[in-house]
Design a protein around this ligand. Structure first.
Ligand SMILES: [Zn+2]
Length: 295
């Protein structure tokens, strides 16, 4: 964990990268941020967890930490005295989130995921002021797509996800998604860094002089998830960002001998936010996330 203390006191901004260790753009963007930040121009404190899931990063395993086969972004708030992932998560929940004013978890499409870049937040009605500030920051971030998720959990429900845990605690919490498919795209790193600097500026923590006003973006909501109805080999001519209509065949799954087992049909009109980008498909794994432009 790295703590960058500014010359002047102010807000505490936490950035998590590498919760999924095969998502490289967030990790490299925070590496570059650390090199570039000038503490004497910073107002407040920036806490950085540069590679939250070290086990996943060095073993190149998507989603999970191979040391205990757990997905760090599904087990919040974690467990004291649990497995290594549960301990990491417990540390974030009990030590890092409480001292953070703003909490940003940065992801990509994982090694097998194609993804349209987006920034996302929860529409948490329990903390309307925080939700309003979060929405404003997301819309200022420079991301082309701003996604809102419904927030339906109770105060004592396990939040499961890192930034949902922070949201449940009443923090300003959101997530960037940029990059995909297990390799490093320079434009994905650039987008994340632009997001960091624009948000620091909006919060009056750090000045970055090449910024203009609010950039063009569109709002998305009402996500639906299509799960694989069967194990097999997945095919699709669509990509993240493709527009689809209800009833349209958007992919199919074959067995290992080329026999089509199931066709995948879109349940509604929308845009593919992310999708499986590689052939191997397990039963019940997510094939598509289809979102709608906000009315
Ligand atoms: Zn991720």
């Amino acid at each position: 964990m790295l703590i960058v203390k500014g010359k002047q006191k102010g807000k505490t901004f936490t950035i998590l990268a590498g919760v999924h260790g095969a998502e490289y753009a967030p990790i490299i963007a925070t590496q570059e941020l650390v090199k570039e930040l000038k503490p004497n121009e910073l107002i407040g404190t920036i806490i950085i967890l540069p590679i939250t899931n070290i086990g996943s990063f060095y073993n190149k395993t998507p989603y999970i930490n191979p040391l205990d086969n757990k997905n760090i972004n599904r087990i919040f708030p974690g467990k004291k005295g649990g497995t290594v992932s549960e301990k990491i998560v417990d540390f974030i929940s009990s030590e890092v989130i409480p001292i953070s004013d703003i909490f940003l978890d940065v992801h990509s499409g994982d090694a097998s995921e194609d993804l349209l870049p987006f920034v996302c937040y929860y529409d948490n009605k329990r903390f309307p002021r925080q939700t309003e500030i979060t929405k404003e920051l997301c819309e200022y971030s420079g991301f082309e797509n701003v996604v809102s998720y419904p927030y339906t959990i109770k105060d004592d429900d396990p939040a499961k996800y890192a930034f949902k845990q922070a949201c449940q605690a009443g923090k300003i919490a959101f997530s960037f998604e940029s990059g995909k498919l297990g390799y490093l795209q320079p434009e994905a790193v650039k987008r994340i860094k632009r997001g960091f600097y624009r948000i620091f500026k909006k919060l009056e923590m750090y000045n970055f002089n090449v910024l203009s006003g609010v950039m063009k973006f569109q709002r998305l909501d009402r996500q639906v998830y299509i799960k694989a109805p069967v194990q097999g080999i997945f095919y699709s001519k669509f990509k993240a960002g493709s527009q689809v209509i209800g009833g349209e065949t958007i992919g199919y799954i074959t067995d290992e001998f080329g026999v089509i087992l199931e066709k995948i049909v879109s349940p509604k009109k929308g845009v593919i936010l992310y999708m499986k980008g590689t052939p191997p498909t397990k039963y019940r794994s997510t094939l598509f996330c289809i979102s709608s432009y906000k009315l």
